[in-house]
Design a protein. Structure first.
Length: 396
C-alpha cells in the first residue's frame, strides 16, 4: 500500500476518531491549556504511521503522488518526547496518546526524551539516561516495541538512512553521528561522521533532520558547540553515498550560534526556510532562528531571531520549532534548562514580509524581531524536547 496515496481516508478515519477533542487548524490553532499532562499512557494502542509527513524527514514532493498538506488540523498530531515518554498532542493541546519510557525500554528512572522520527509504519525514538541506559528504540505498527539498542552517549535523534536502511544517531557526548544496523541487531556503529572528516569542525551534535531533495539524501545537523574553534553551528551534509559523505555548507557563515537545537527545513511562501531553536539566542532567553534560501543546497541567508512578547515571553530553553503550510509556528520550550514540569508548547503566526538585512546571525550580529500573540497551547510538560507534525494512522 502506498500510504501517501491513501492519506485522505487515513485522515478522515483519524479525524472521526478525534471528533470533539480537536479543532481544525484555521483561525485559533488551539486553546490555552496550561495544565499538567502525563504522557504515561497505555502502550498497546495501534501505531501505524506515514513516514512522508514527519519533520525529521523533509520530503520535497518529487514523487508523482502528492503528500498531504502540512497543516495542523484534526488529523495531525505533534510528536513530543518528554521525560515521561512520547506524547501525541492534538491541536487543542489534548494529549491523545503516548508511550512511557518504562513501557518502551524497561526501568528508566532519570530518562529524558530526546529525538523521534516516523519510520515507514513505525516510530524511531531516542532517549538519554544514566550510564549505559540510553539509546534508541522502534515502535512498530501495532504500537509494540520492535527493538531497543542501548549503550549510546547522549543520543539526540534516530533517523532512517535510505542508502542502506541503517539508523543515524547524533551522540552529543561522543561528538559523533553514528549509524547503526537498521534492524536493531547491534550496538556497534556501522559508520561514523566525526572529526576524522576534514570538514567536521564542530562538537556536541544535538539535532538532526534528513532532507530528501532532487534525488539525493542530506543531513541537516545542529551542534551546540563549546567555544572556538568548535562553534555552535548548523551544517548540511550529502549522505547519499555512505562511503563518501560530503560537506555542503556551514551556518552562520561566520562566528557562532548560542546553543542551537532542532534545525528543520520548511517550504513556505515559495522559499526554503531554515528554522532552529536558538536556545540561548536572545538577551533574556531563547529565540526562533530564521534563515531563507531558494535551494537547500545553498547556504541560507540569515533573516531574524524571533522573540516572543510578554506575557508568554521570554522563552526559557527553546528546543523545537515547526512551521505549517498555512503559516503557523509551533514551538516547544523545555522550561528552565535544569527544571522539571515547566515545559510548554506554544503557537503563533509566522511573521510575513521578513527579508535578510545583511546581518550574519551569529551571537555578535543579530536582528531581533518581536513575535506577537503567542499562545500557550499546553503547559506543565516535563522537559519536552521537540514537537514535530505527524499524520498518524492510529485509531485512538
Amino acid at each position: 500500500m502506498d500510504l501517501r496515496s491513501g492519506w485522505w481516508s487515513l485522515a478522515l478515519l483519524v479525524g472521526c476518531a478525534r471528533a470533539g477533542s480537536a479543532q481544525l487548524g484555521t483561525g485559533d490553532p488551539g486553546s490555552d491549556a496550561d495544565t499538567d499532562v502525563d504522557a504515561d499512557t497505555d502502550s498497546d494502542t495501534d501505531a501505524d504511521t506515514d513516514a512522508d509527513t514527519d519533520t525529521d524527514v523533509t520530503d520535497t514532493g518529487d514523487s508523482t503522488v502528492p503528500s498531504p498538506p502540512r497543516i495542523f488540523d484534526a488529523a495531525h498530531v505533534l510528536v513530543i518526547p518528554t521525560n515521561d515518554g512520547i506524547a501525541l498532542m492534538a491541536n487543542d493541546g489534548t494529549i491523545v496518546h503516548g508511550w512511557s519510557w518504562n513501557a518502551m525500554v524497561g526501568d528508566c528512572g532519570g530518562c529524558t526524551g530526546e529525538g523521534s522520527s516516523a519510520d515507514d509504519v513505525g516510530l524511531l525514538v531516542s532517549w538519554a539516561g544514566m550510564g549505559q541506559n540510553q539509546g534508541i528504540a522502534r515502535i512498530d505498527e501495532t504500537g509494540a516495541v520492535d527493538f531497543v539498542v542501548t549503550g549510546m552517549q547522549f543520543p539526540h535523534e534516530a533517523i532512517r538512512d535510505p542508502a542502506d536502511q541503517s539508523i543515524l544517531v547524533p551522540e552529543a557526548f561522543s561528538n559523533n553521528v553514528n549509524w547503526y544496523a537498521g534492524d536493531g541487531s547491534s550496538d556497534a556503529p556501522v559508520r561514523t561522521l566525526n572529526g576524522a572528516h576534514p570538514d567536521w569542525s564542530q562538537n556536541l551534535p544535538n539535532g538532526a533532520e534528513r532532507v530528501d531533495y532532487d534525488g539525493r539524501a542530506y543531513l541537516l545537523l545542529s551542534n551546540r558547540g563549546s567555544g572556538a574553534p568548535n562553534f555552535g553551528r548548523i551544517t548540511f551534509w550529502d549522505i547519499t553515498d555512505p562511503s563518501a559523505i560530503e560537506f555542503v555548507w556551514s551556518y552562520p557563515r561566520s562566528g557562532t550560534l548560542d546553543t542551537p537545537h532542532g534545525p528543520v527545513f520548511r517550504q513556505f511562501d515559495g522559499q526554503w526556510y531554515l528554522l532552529y531553536a536558538h536556545s540561548y539566542g536572545a538577551p533574556d532567553g531563547g529565540a526562533v532562528g530564521v534563515a531563507v534560501t531558494s535551494d537547500p543546497t545553498l547556504l541560507p541567508d540569515y533573516v531574524a531571531d524571533l522573540v516572543p512578547e510578554a506575557p508568554v515571553g521570554p522563552f526559557d530553553f527553546l528546543r523545537g520549532v515547526e512551521l505549517t503550510e498555512d503559516g503557523w509556528l509551533w514551538m516547544t520550550d523545555s522550561g528552565p534548562e535544569f527544571g522539571f514540569g515547566e515545559g510548554r508548547v506554544m503557537s503563533a503566526l509566522f511573521p510575513t514580509g521578513l527579508v535578510p538585512d545583511g546581518s550574519v546571525g551569529n551571537e555578535d550580529d543579530q536582528t531581533f524581531v518581536p513575535l506577537p500573540n503567542v499562545t500557550v497551547v499546553l503547559g506543565g510538560l516535563d522537559n519536552p524536547f521537540e514537537g514535530w507534525l505527524w499524520l498518524p494512522t492510529i485509531v485512538y
